[in-house]
Design a protein around this ligand. Structure first.
Ligand code: DMJ
Length: 636
């Protein structure tokens, strides 16, 4: 029997022709593919993940709230300016060092109940699949919450009464320092507004070549000082200038270190003190411009960067194209805060990598020489100093530990390791009984101590509590002895101000024996140590020594239109250098003001000062990442 094909009906009897059936199947499979594919475009959903992934895979890995992709998208940076993990280091491991995983309430309580919580919780942990590590979206909000940050402070930033003490003499001295700040500021504003520094004798502005095309260094450096002193009209002028005139799109050769400590540090502090969002925006914008400097084979940044083109190079004077320890070692505090505010881990990754390179490299007698090649990662020469070229590297180790709420054990270990080596090789006692830090040149001691090295009294003091308990008193004594020596360098001069460097050879002690070491450029380090030692010991001599410095500054550095450095601290016929350094406003006057204030003005329980005296808050990770809303907002 022959079936005759009827029009429109398939031979198989389903009512469809073969070609129609094929088109239908094609449509159906297209639909299925579309539906399945659509799942990948749905918003990230824990429920869906639960369906499609196994339980362990759904544990969230909490590296910042922005994912790595977000970070890349945000940065839009050139190809290889990303993070530079050292050889053999996986990026995941590096990231895991950056933020502690958040710990849920329940997990925290469970640990507390087990009686072992406190210490454990402060230790940095690698991100693991530990069941105690949980997170919800509220643990890592995409944006930094200023209110939450404030709620995590232990004290109001400006203290109970703006830091005013109960002692009338101290309050008078405090007022005097405030008047000095106003005088310095008013003259800067009058003669040098928008320039980097004031030239008080010629009554004009100075631009210099440290900040590339950036301007207004004195304004940025003054923001927090004006604010804490309650000079609000002046602060508002400064704030308005930042809002309207701080131009970050500049070319020119800038020092990575100087831009970081003054501009990044100054803007960060202004943000944390005031909560004004534009500071945050500006500082993150500036931070991005610094990143190309890290684009070297080792990830150790070069010292000079063109903020416009991103080209970077080493200082011409630094031997064999090396980078300087005090420069690449003085980025950590600010960069960690840049990551905190931007929710972009790249800044922390950059500085963690520096630390990693330093940890790997062999250290002569445990010491860190001042010059390192950013290409080979080897020391370039064996000059070691706790003063210029080395100084703030050590400062940032202990402060990184303190700023991490004492969780950054690596920093602590490196700091105490370095301090032990310094004590064994550099710390000396003079025949007259003065303790000092000599410099080390390949094993040979140079019995010279720079003014810059005088910060170390304060540094050793603030670190004393965290070393081996039996060494606490030893470190406090060492801090006091160094501070005493630095005070001697002031008292032994005619002006009662200290020289740029003083020596302990050729029969002299704590005095400059070379003509070109006799100048004083309004530096803060000696006063900085007085301030820390006052807070640590409450020995009234530190306030007296600070007052001696105020009087000397008034007598020898105050001129008609501001404050100026002097060329020779040993002569009373002053020769002024015609420069009011921006660090005088940021550091010298701020430390003096704090010295004559109560301890709760920028309490050391909440703040660490960067090397330009800009206060940065301690990061209390467990509080900041606590999903529970803060019930206490500290206010002035
Ligand atoms: C400041 O800019 C900083 O303190 C830096 O660390 C070293 N020198 C000056 C002030 O002397």
């Amino acid at each position: 029997m022959v079936f005759r094909k009827l029009p429109g009906v398939s031979a198989s009897g389903m009512g469809l022709r073969l070609s129609q059936k094929f088109v239908f199947l094609l449509f159906l499979s297209g639909l299925v593919t579309l539906c399945f594919g659509a799942l990948f475009f749905l918003p990230d959903s824990v429920r869906l993940k639960r369906i499609f992934l196994s339980k362990t895979e759904t544990q969230p890995v909490t590296v910042g709230s922005g994912s790595e992709n977000d970070a890349r998208e945000h940065m839009k940076r050139p190809k290889d300016q990303g993070m530079t993990p050292a050889k053999g280091e996986s990026s995941t491991k590096l990231k895991s060092l950056i933020r502690k995983p958040s710990v849920s309430h329940e997990a925290t309580e469970e640990r507390l109940a087990r009686g072992k919580a406190q210490e454990d919780l402060t230790l940095p942990r690698l991100i693991t699949e530990s069941a105690s590590v949980k997170a919800s979206s509220s643990d890592h909000p995409d944006t930094f919450s200023y209110n939450k940050f404030k709620g995590c402070l232990l004290k109001p930033p400006l203290g109970r009464d703006g830091g005013q003490t109960s002692d009338p003499t101290t309050n008078e001295r405090r007022e005097k320092v405030k008047e000095m700040m106003k005088f310095a500021w008013d003259n800067y504003k009058r003669y040098a507004w928008g320039k980097n520094e004031l030239r008080p004798l010629t009554k004009n502005g100075h631009i210099g070549n440290m900040f590339g095309g950036l301007r207004g260094a004195s304004i940025i450096d003054s923001l927090d000082t004006l604010y804490i002193m309650g000079l609000m009209e002046e602060y508002n002028d400064a704030k308005e200038w930042v809002q309207t005139s701080l131009d970050l799109n500049s070319n020119g050769e800038a020092s990575l270190f100087e831009v970081n400590i003054r501009y990044v540090g100054g803007l960060l502090s202004a943000y944390y003190l005031t909560g004004e969002e534009f500071y945050k925006k500006k500082v993150v914008e500036l931070g991005e411009k610094l990143l190309p400097a890290f684009n070297t084979p080792t990830g150790i940044p070069r010292g000079v960067i063109n903020l416009g083109s991103g080209t970077s190079w080493s200082w011409g004077w630094a031997s064999a194209g090396s980078s300087i320890l005090a420069e690449f070692g003085t980025l950590h505090l600010e960069f960690v805060h840049l990551s905190e505010l931007s929710r972009n881990p790249i800044y922390t990754e950059k500085v963690m990598n520096i630390r990693k390179v330093l940890n790997k490299i062999e250290k002569p007698h445990g010491l860190y020489p001042n010059f390192l090649s950013p290409v080979s990662g080897n020391w370039v020469q064996h000059h070691v100093s706790i003063g210029g070229l080395g100084d703030s590297f050590y400062e940032y180790l202990i402060k990184s530990y303190l700023m991490s709420d004492k969780s950054d054990d690596d920093a602590k270990k490196m700091y105490y390791g370095a301090l032990e080596a310094i004590e064994a090789n550099l710390v000396q006692k003079s025949p007259g009984g003065l303790t000092y830090m000599a410099e080390w040149r390949g094993g040979i001691l140079d019995h010279k101590m720079g003014h810059l090295a005088c910060f170390s009294g304060g540094m050793i003091g603030i670190g004393a509590d965290d070393g081996e308990p039996e060494k606490r008193q030893h470190y406090l004594d060492l801090a006091a002895e160094i501070t005493h020596t630095c005070h001697e360098s002031y008292t032994r001069s005619a002006t009662k101000l200290g020289p740029e460097a003083f020596r302990f050879d050729s029969g002299g002690e704590a005095t400059a024996t070379r003509l070109n070491d006799r100048y004083y450029i309004l530096r803060p380090e000696v006063i900085e140590s007085y301030m820390y030692m006052w807070r640590l010991t409450h020995d009234p001599k530190y306030r007296e020594w600070g007052w001696e410095a105020v009087q000397a500054l008034e007598q020898h550095c105050r001129v008609e239109s501001g404050f100026s450095g002097i060329r020779d601290v040993y002569t009373l016929t002053a020769s002024h250098d015609n420069m009011q350094q921006s660090f005088f406003l940021s550091e010298t006057l701020k430390y003096l003001y704090l010295l004559f204030s109560d301890d709760d003005l920028l309490s050391l329980e909440d703040w660490v000062f960067n090397t330009e005296a800009h206060p940065l808050p301690i990061i209390r990770r467990s509080c900041l990442e606590d999903p529970a809303p803060q019930d206490k907002t500290v206010s002035e």
